[in-house]
Design a protein around this ligand. Structure first.
Ligand code: HDE
Length: 730
C-alpha cells in the first residue's frame, strides 16, 4: 500500500501544524499583485462599468461587471439552523498517552500531537446575534488525525433538553424566535419556549443548567465542554467501555451576571469573539484538558439513571474524570467564511478506537449533521473544502457532484473490481480499517420511550442542591426574568408546577417574584412529551424527585468548587485603571507593569481620550473613555491616586457609575490614596458598605507594591458574591 504508515508526529510538527501547511495552497492575500477576473484576466478599470456613452445605459457586454456582481449576489450561504453564531480557532491536541489501555485511537497514543480546529457557538441566535445571550454554548472540535477526521461535537453543559432526536425540530422551533413576528432574537424568554418546557418535563434538568451561570460564560476560554452522550472507547484487544467526554479549561470556569451580560450585549456584542481572537493574537493561548469518565460494559445498569439518556450526567464523585490530553488553540483563522463558516462538523466523523452508543439522541444526530451540511454547503463534496479536508489520504469510489475538486483517474469507480486489482481496497482492522463494535442487538420494533428514562426530576434536584447560595439566587432571578417575559399566565403556572417537582423552595422563590402562588399539581398532566397517541399518560409520568439525591460539588462554579481548585489566576484578566489628568502616573505605570508581568491586561479609562498628563507632568496613553466602555467589560477596577484626577472623576457621573456597577457586579476593586474617595462617592443605595466589603482593597499610601499583591489575590477569586445585594438588577 502506498499510503504513508501511521507515524509518530512530534510536538514541533504540530505547533507548525500540518493542517495549516496543507491549506497553504488555498491561501491568497493579493498583496503586490494586479487585480484580475476569476479567469486570471488583468483588469484595467474596476471603477467604471461599461456604458453606451458617458451618461448612457450600461451594456450587457460588461462581463467584468457581471462576474463581480454575480459573485457578490451569491456570497451568502444558509446560516446553520442552530449554532449559527460562532467563532473558531486552530490549535493542537497532545495526548498524555495514558489512555492506551482504553482506546486504540491513534491520536490518543503516547506522544501523538494532532492539529485541531475548534468552533464555539451560541445555539438560538442568528449569525448577527449577541455573544452574551443566555444560551448553551457549542464546543465542537475537529481533530485532523492520521486515521481521518474525528469530530467531537459537544456543548458547555453536560446534558440536553430532550431524550429522543425526533423531538429536536419541535424543541428548536419552540426556542427560536416565534414564527409569526420573529421575536425574540437569541433569547429563550418567550411563550413558545416555556410552553414546550411546561409540557416536556424531560427538559427540566437542562432548563436549570440554562438558567444557571453556565449560560453566561465570562469567556469561551473559561468554560467546560462536554460530549454529552455516552460514547464507547475500544482498545486494541477489542474490549469496549462506555465513556463520557469532558473538556476542562486551564483558567477555571467563570461566568458573568445577567445584568452584566445585558450591558455587554449593548457595549460590545462581539465580546466573546473579540476576547478569543485578542488572546490568541497576543499569545495567551487558551488551553483545555480532555478528560473521560469510563464505565465498564458490565456496569451499564449499576446507576439509578440510564447511561443512554442524554438528560442525565454521571456525577464526577461517582466516576472521576481521568485527564488524557490537552488542547491548545494557538492560531486565529485567516478568513472567517472560508474556515469558521464552512467548517462542517458531523458526529459520524469517527476513528477506530471510538464508537457510538445507542443513545437515541446521538443516533438521530448521526443523521442530521451530514444532512444539514449537504444543504448548507450545497452538495456532497463539502469534505473537499480546505478546512474540512482530511489529513489522512482519501480514496474511494464516490464520484462527481457539485464543485468536485478531486480528479479521479482511471476507468474503475466501483468495487469489487478486478480491473484495478481491487483498489481502493478495504482495510483490515490491523491496518486501521474501522469496524463497529460487535454487539448482539434484539428487540421488538417499537416507538416507545424506555421506562429507564422516566425520572425527570431527580438530577434536576441534584443540580439545584449542588449550587452555592449565590448560584441558586442567580437561577431564581433568571427564571423570574424569563417567566416575566412569558405572556400566557397558565404557561408560567405550568412551569412553576415543573419546578416544584424539583424543589419547593426553588418554585416558591420564583413564584414570589412573579406575584404568584406555587400551583398544586394535583390532577395536572405534567408530561405530554414522551407519549404516543395510544400510550397511557400515567405510564410515563415521572415520580417526584428522589429525596436522597445529595449534591455533586463538581457542578458548582463557586471559587472553592473542585472544578476551580488551584486554577485561580490573574492571567488574561482585564483591569480598568480609572484616572484622568493629575493622576499619579508613576504609580499607574508600576501597577501596570506588575500586572502585565503576571499576564493580566490593563487599560486606562479616563474622562477624555488621548494623553493623560500626570501630576508631575509625566504622560501616559489613555485607552478608553467612560462613554466608550463600561465596567461590564472588565474583571476588576483600580482607582489611581492623585487629588486633581479624583476630584474630576467624582464629578463625572459615568465614572462614579463605573465603580458602582463594578461593585454591584461583585468584582474586585482597589484604590490608592485619594482614589478611595471615588469608591466612597460610588456608595449610593445598595453599595453603602463598599469600603468594608470583601474584595475591596484600599491603601492610604501611593506605593502600589503591597496593594497590587492583595488586589491580585482578589482577582484570582473572580467574584465576591457575598456582597451581592437585592439592589443588583435581575
Ligand atoms: Fe446539534 N446540530 N443537534 N447538538 N450541534 C447542529 O449541524 C442536532 C445537540 C452542536 O460549530 C447542526 O452543522 C440534532 C447536542 C454543536 O458547526 C444540526 C440534535 C449537542 C453544533 C444539529 C442536536 C449539539 C451543532 C446545525 C438532537 C451537544 C455546532 C448546523 C438530536 C452534544 C457545530 C450543523 C458547529 C449543530 C442537529 C443536539 C452540539 C442541525 C438533530 C445534544 C456544537 O445538524
Amino acid at each position: 500500500m502506498s499510503d504513508k504508515p501511521l507515524g509518530k508526529q512530534t510536538h514541533e510538527d504540530a505547533v507548525s501544524n500540518p493542517k495549516t501547511e496543507e491549506m497553504a495552497k488555498n491561501r491568497d492575500d493579493g498583496y503586490g499583485k494586479y487585480l484580475t477576473s476569476n479567469q486570471g484576466l488583468r483588469v484595467n478599470d474596476d471603477q467604471n462599468s461599461l456604458k453606451g456613452g458617458e451618461r448612457g445605459p450600461s451594456l450587457l457586454e460588461d462581463f467584468l461587471f457581471r462576474e463581480k456582481m454575480t459573485h457578490f449576489d451569491h456570497e451568502r450561504i444558509p446560516e446553520r439552523v442552530v449554532h449559527a453564531r460562532g467563532v473558531a480557532a486552530h490549535g493542537y491536541f497532545e495526548a498524555y498517552g495514558n489512555a492506551t489501555h482504553l482506546t486504540k485511537a491513534h491520536f490518543l497514543q503516547p506522544g501523538v500531537v494532532t492539529p485541531v480546529f475548534t468552533r464555539f457557538s451560541t445555539v438560538a441566535g442568528s449569525r448577527g446575534a449577541s455573544d452574551l445571550a443566555r444560551d448553551v454554548r457549542g464546543f465542537a472540535v475537529k481533530f485532523y488525525t492520521q486515521e481521518g477526521v474525528y469530530d467531537l461535537v459537544g456543548n458547555n453543559m453536560p446534558v440536553f433538553f430532550i431524550q429522543d432526536s425526533i423531538k429536536f425540530p419541535d424543541f428548536i422551533h419552540a426556542v427560536k424566535p416565534e414564527p409569526h413576528n420573529e421575536i425574540p432574537q437569541g433569547a429563550s424568554a418567550h411563550d413558545t419556549f416555556y410552553d414546550f418546557i411546561s409540557a416536556n418535563p424531560e427538559a427540566t434538568h437542562m432548563l436549570l443548567w440554562a438558567m444557571s451561570d453556565r449560560a453566561l460564560p465570562r469567556s469561551l476560554r473559561m468554560m467546560e465542554g462536554f460530549g454529552v452522550h455516552t460514547f464507547r472507547f475500544v482498545n486494541a484487544e477489542g474490549k469496549w467501555r462506555f465513556v463520557k467526554f469532558h473538556w476542562k479549561p486551564k483558567l477555571g470556569t467563570h461566568s458573568v451576571l445577567w445584568d452584566e451580560a445585558q450591558q455587554i450585549s449593548g457595549k460590545d456584542q462581539d465580546f466573546h469573539r473579540r476576547d478569543l481572537w485578542a488572546n490568541i493574537e497576543m499569545g495567551a493561548y487558551p488551553e483545555w484538558e480532555l478528560g473521560v469518565q469510563v464505565v465498564e460494559e458490565e456496569d451499564e445498569h449499576k446507576f439509578d439513571f440510564d447511561l443512554l439518556d442524554a438528560t442525565k450526567l454521571i456525577p464526577e464523585e461517582l466516576v472521576p474524570v481521568q485527564l488524557i490530553g490537552k488542547m491548545v488553540l494557538n492560531r486565529n483563522v485567516d478568513n472567517y467564511f472560508a474556515e469558521t463558516e464552512q467548517v462542517a462538523f458531523c458526529l459520524s466523523h469517527i476513528v477506530p478506537g471510538i464508537d457510538f452508543s445507542n443513545d437515541p439522541l446521538l443516533q438521530g444526530r448521526l443523521f442530521s449533521y451530514l444532512d444539514t451540511q449537504l444543504k448548507r454547503l450545497g452538495g456532497p463534496n463539502f469534505h473537499e473544502i480546505p478546512i474540512n479536508r482530511s489529513l489522512a489520504p482519501v480514496h474511494n469510489n464516490q464520484r462527481d457532484g457539485h464543485m468536485r475538486q478531486t480528479i479521479n483517474k482511471g476507468q474503475v469507480a466501483y468495487g469489487p473490481n478486478l480491473l484495478n486489482d481491487q483498489y481502493p481496497k478495504q482495510a483490515p482492522q490491523s491496518e486501521g480499517g474501522f469496524s463497529s463494535v460487535y454487539e448482539r442487538v434484539e428487540g421488538p420494533k417499537i416507538r416507545r420511550r424506555s421506562k429507564s428514562f422516566i425520572d425527570f426530576y431527580s438530577q434536576a434536584r441534584l443540580f439545584w442542591n449542588s449550587q452555592s447560595e449565590p448560584e441558586k439566587a442567580h437561577i431564581v432571578k433568571a427564571l423570574r426574568f424569563e417567566l416575566s417575559h412569558v405572556q400566557t399566565p397558565w404557561i408560567r403556572e405550568r412551569t412553576l408546577a415543573q419546578l416544584t417537582q424539583v424543589d419547593h423552595d426553588l418554585a416558591s422563590r420564583v413564584a414570589e417574584g412573579l406575584g404568584m402562588d406555587v400551583p398544586s399539581t394535583e390532577g395536572m398532566q405534567l408530561n405530554y412529551g414522551a407519549i404516543g397517541a395510544d400510550d397511557k399518560a400515567a405510564d410515563f409520568q415521572s415520580a417526584p424527585a428522589k429525596d436522597n439525591v445529595g449534591s455533586s460539588p463538581h457542578l458548582s462554579l463557586a471559587a472553592d468548587s473542585p472544578i476551580n481548585q488551584d486554577k485561580g489566576s490573574v492571567k488574561t484578566r482585564q483591569i480598568a485603571i480609572l484616572a484622568t489628568d493629575g493622576a499619579d502616573v508613576a504609580a499607574i505605570s508600576e501597577l501596570m507593569k506588575t500586572f502585565m508581568e503576571q499576564g493580566a491586561q490593563t487599560a486606562i479609562v479616563a474622562t477624555h481620550l488621548g494623553t493623560l498628563k500626570g501630576k508631575g507632568g509625566e504622560e501616559i496613553l489613555i485607552n478608553w473613555t467612560f462613554q466608550s466602555t463600561s465596567s461590564a467589560l472588565f474583571d476588576a477596577v483600580y482607582v489611581a491616586a492623585g487629588a486633581q484626577s479624583v476630584r474630576k472623576l467624582k464629578q463625572d457621573f459615568d465614572a462614579v457609575r463605573f465603580v458602582n456597577e463594578a461593585f454591584r457586579h461583585c468584582k474586585p476593586l482597589a484604590a490608592s490614596a485619594e482614589g478611595v474617595e471615588l469608591l466612597q462617592a460610588a456608595a449610593y443605595p445598595g453599595a453603602e458598605g463598599i469600603l468594608d466589603a470583601e474584595g475591596v482593597v484600599t491603601s492610604d499610601s501611593t506605593d502600589v507594591a503591597e496593594l497590587a499583591e492583595e488586589f491580585a489575590t482578589a482577582i484570582k477569586q473572580h467574584r465576591f458574591f457575598s456582597r451581592e445585594l437585592e439592589a443588583v438588577p435581575a
